[in-house]
Design a protein around this ligand. Structure first.
Ligand SMILES: C[S@@+](CC[C@H](N)C(=O)[O-])C[C@H]1O[C@@H](n2cnc3c(N)ncnc32)[C@H](O)[C@@H]1O
Length: 381
């Protein structure tokens, strides 16, 4: 199969089976990655162009045909590949995918798209992001910042790493997050983690020897960071609701004490020096690496998650010892899951991080400091 056929096939798997693009593309070459991520990032704009060129509604097209057309439209509108090469490769692709009868349609539609005007539309208007998200963010941030966020969210993320204690670390140091680096390629002794995730644990200000609870812990990326900070005299308890995820966490971070339970009804009475609630969320801060999330999350999902986050936060607040600290974090940027959740509960923004204040917390985001979107708020008991 040629690259366009492979891309179309992977896109179908992402759309049909809920597969994650970053997992499917782990060993893929740059061209294939560009096609798959490009379609997921710009699908709204690509479909808008295709629907002008196709005489019937797009959802009535065969799934293979629509996927190949999206790959072709992406290359025509968003890359420098020659139009004639795009059209002929896509025609070959649909034949290779077992739908030779559709080759005439693919040829005609992509020629029309190639001849149409360029895509110089504003990113939000282009429909690359769902309307509800653009509206929600615009009401909270204003149009200019939303535009900057959306554009930055449609770029590729440079890998981020955390330098573990005692290990050398190279790469570009990030002001305000001492252990975080942005690098081009992974080096030895470095743990893959976006700088925004490193910042979450930093905001918890964990002293050596502390008794720490990680209330929604799997797969354990931050749990390991917590363990690195408490050292041999401390203890980290990692709670996770879903057994399979807890088992993965326990395999990855065996030195934490893993507990399978619902964080809304935790089996502890309290007394933790530090509590981290890195809550389940819509993940819309990670669009650079998981562009398909925008097509999966609906406004209703965000409301449901905000309810769960509030309940978890209520439970978490009851578990911090006097003089201790709780951090609430989510890798998303919707107001309902961030500022609204902590509002009026005595939270404050952690200091010393890149990004900007947001309500009673702090926001990191790709357009602010080249990190994932992450909201962090701290509560001192
Ligand atoms: C954002 S993830 C945590 C990521 C983790 N802190 C890390 O850095 O690797 C949230 C986790 O909360 C779990 N979760 C969802 N509902 C929960 C609940 N009611 N109680 C405890 N954990 C829950 C999810 O299964 C998911 O593993």
């Amino acid at each position: 199969m040629n690259q366009r056929a492979q891309a179309a096939e992977l896109l179908r798997r992402v759309e049909a089976g809920g597969a994650y693009a970053n997992v499917l593309l782990r060993d893929a070459d740059a061209g294939l990655r560009s096609d798959v991520y490009g379609v997921l990032r710009w699908q709204g704009e690509l479909d808008a162009s295709l629907s002008v060129a196709v005489s019937r509604p797009l959802e009535r097209l065969q799934k293979e045909v629509l996927a190949v057309l999206r790959v072709g439209a992406y290359e025509l509108l968003r890359t420098d590949v020659r139009a004639s090469a795009v059209v002929s490769e896509c025609v070959d692709a649909i034949r290779q995918m077992g739908a030779p009868k559709a080759s005439g349609l693919v040829n005609a539609v992509l020629r029309k798209v190639a001849e149409a005007d360029g895509p110089e539309m504003e990113v939000a208007r282009a429909g690359a992001f769902p309307d509800w998200l653009v509206e929600d963010l615009t009401a909270a941030w204003g149009p200019e910042e939303v535009e900057a966020f959306l554009l930055a969210s449609n770029t590729a993320a440079r890998p981020g790493v955390r330098v573990r204690p005692g290990e050398p670390g190279d790469g570009e140091r990030l002001e305000g997050i001492p252990d975080a680096r942005l690098i081009g390629r992974p080096g030895d002794g470095l743990t893959f983690q976006d700088p925004a995730s490193v910042a979450v644990v930093q905001a918890l200000d964990v002293p050596a020897g502390a008794k720490v609870l990680d209330l929604a812990a799997a797969p354990g990326g931050k749990t390991q960071h917590l363990l690195d900070l408490v050292g041999p005299g401390g203890r980290v308890t990692a709670l996770e609701r879903h057994a399979r995820r807890a088992r993965t966490g326990a395999r990855r971070v065996p030195d934490a004490r893993w507990v399978i339970a619902d964080g809304r009804h935790p089996p502890f009475t309290g007394g933790f020096d530090r509590v981290l609630l890195d809550a389940p969320c819509s993940g819309l801060g990670t669009l650079r690496r998981r562009p398909e999330i925008r097509h999966r999350i609906r406004a209703g999902d965000v409301d449901r998650l905000a309810g769960l986050q509030s309940e978890l936060l209520e439970a978490a607040m009851g578990l911090v010892a006097p003089g201790g600290r709780l951090v609430y974090s989510v890798c998303t940027i919707t107001p309902s899951e961030t500022t609204d959740v902590v509002d009026g509960r005595g939270f404050e923004a952690p200091s010393g991080l890149p990004g900007r204040a947001a309500g009673d917390g702090w926001l990191l985001a790709p357009h602010l400091a080249e990190t994932d979107g992450m909201f962090i708020a701290a509560f001192d008991a």
